[in-house]
Design a protein around this ligand. Structure first.
Ligand SMILES: O=C(O)CO[C@@H](C(=O)O)[C@@H](OCCCCCc1ccc2ccccc2c1)C(=O)NCCCCCc1ccc2ccccc2c1
Ligand SMILES: [Mg+2]
Ligand SMILES: [Mg+2]
Length: 341
């Protein structure tokens, strides 16, 4: 979707971004040139780190040091770490293009990216041997893998002179909202992961509805599975007011669209997942038409408020106050969102 830059290293970065994440590749186009390059490289550095985290075939004693050292090896143009599959494999094998592009960024961008990489690597390493057994731990894990992205992006916006403050708590919530939506939607993909399942649903929640997290794969447990799903969607909605406040505080138009589109997509995805048994049978994906409409129509806060209000109304109509144990909390959170909009 974009003409590739002349510089071969940066050309690789944009080509790779388009291949591994079309949605972020599209929203990143909203940004001005200098910030766009920094965010593209920020994405690929963290995607490289995440590919190491996600690869279940890497032995723990090799994975942990690689995660912890990533913020240093990312400065070494000789470094690569073959892992992952398909496009991710090429990203890792040709990581020197990312490193070369990273080293050409302004120091102030390099420092933000390297600091987030260090902290995310430490967090991922901790959770290799720590289970997500409580909602508090769920918030902590999501802070490391996504909250820090929001905080880092805020720091890049300030470094680029486009925004005046970082607003850490709200920026963190931006990441938690997106990551919790991902984890809720990807239940089946993660639990069926080979050679070992990846379990990110907090035990404090799922243990109210099943003996084992895997039980939800079995159709005879579908009622409990959907109640657990609704419980987690309700928890994710806790972050929506912070996200709306963060978006309302943005000054630069290009930054606003870059930040707003993924948030509206996430609220739509949560609405589609709520009460939806299909989450346990396949991936619930937003129809292309709805995603395209969000991309085109999310121009200002009025559009964000309108979308969040409509999705909240739609979700309210799905709440079963007779049978769902969390119905009243869900309705309260949805009303809080509508009151803001
Ligand atoms: O493997 C996969 O395909 C999915 O991996 C998930 C996982 O392994 O949990 C998981 O990996 C997380 C670790 C790597 C984070 C990579 C990333 C993502 C988006 C970015 C956007 C802009 C700049 C840098 C970015 C870096 C994942 O990609 N989850 C998707 C939600 C993460 C969103 C991060 C985020 C946070 C705040 C934001 C604020 C504004 C705009 C975009 C934002 C984007
Ligand atoms: Mg991943
Ligand atoms: Mg991961």
């Amino acid at each position: 979707i974009t003409k590739l830059p002349k510089d071969p290293d940066l050309a690789f970065c944009y080509a790779m971004l388009n291949r591994v994440s079309r949605s972020f590749a599209i929203v990143i186009q909203q940004l001005g040139q200098e910030l766009r390059d920094a965010v593209c490289i920020f994405y690929l550095v963290l995607r490289g780190l995440d590919t190491v985290e996600d690869d279940m075939s890497i032995p723990v004693e090799r994975k942990i040091p690689t995660l912890l050292d990533f913020h240093k090896t990312m400065y070494d143009t000789e470094w690569k770490f073959p892992c992952g599959d398909k496009d991710y494999q090429e990203l890792m094998d040709k990581f020197h293009h990312v490193t070369a592009s990273f080293l050409r960024l302004h120091r102030r961008y390099q420092e933000v990216i390297a600091d987030v990489t260090r902290r995310m690597g430490e967090g991922m390493a901790k959770f290799i041997t720590t289970d997500v057994d409580s909602v508090q731990r769920w918030d902590e894990y999501c802070h490391y893998v996504a909250g820090l992205v929001g905080i880092g992006l805020s720091e890049l916006f300030v470094a680029a002179g486009l925004e005046s403050s970082v607003r850490q708590e709200q920026a963190n919530s931006m990441g938690l909202f997106l990551q919790k939506t991902n984890i809720i939607r990807d239940y089946l993909e993660d639990i069926c992961e080979q050679p070992a399942p990846r379990m990110f649903w907090p035990k404090e929640v799922w243990s109210c509805y099943a003996e084992q997290l895997e039980d939800f794969k079995d159709d005879k447990h579908i009622d409990s599975a959907v109640k657990c799903l609704n419980h987690l969607v309700t928890d994710a909605l806790r972050h929506a007011p912070d996200c709306l406040e963060y978006l309302a505080g943005l000054k630069a138009r290009a930054v606003f669209r870059f930040c707003a589109i993924p948030q509206v997509m996430a609220m739509g995805t949560l609405m589609l997942c709520y009460g939806e048994p299909q989450v346990f049978k396949g991936v619930v994906k937003m129809r292309r038409g709805m995603a395209a409409k969000i991309m085109d129509k999310t121009l200002g806060m009025a559009d964000v408020y309108g979308s969040f209000y409509d999705f909240a109304t739609w979700m309210t109509s799905k709440v079963d106050t007779e049978r769902d144990p969390n119905a009243h909390v869900t309705l309260k959170r949805l009303k809080d969102i509508q009151d803001i909009c």
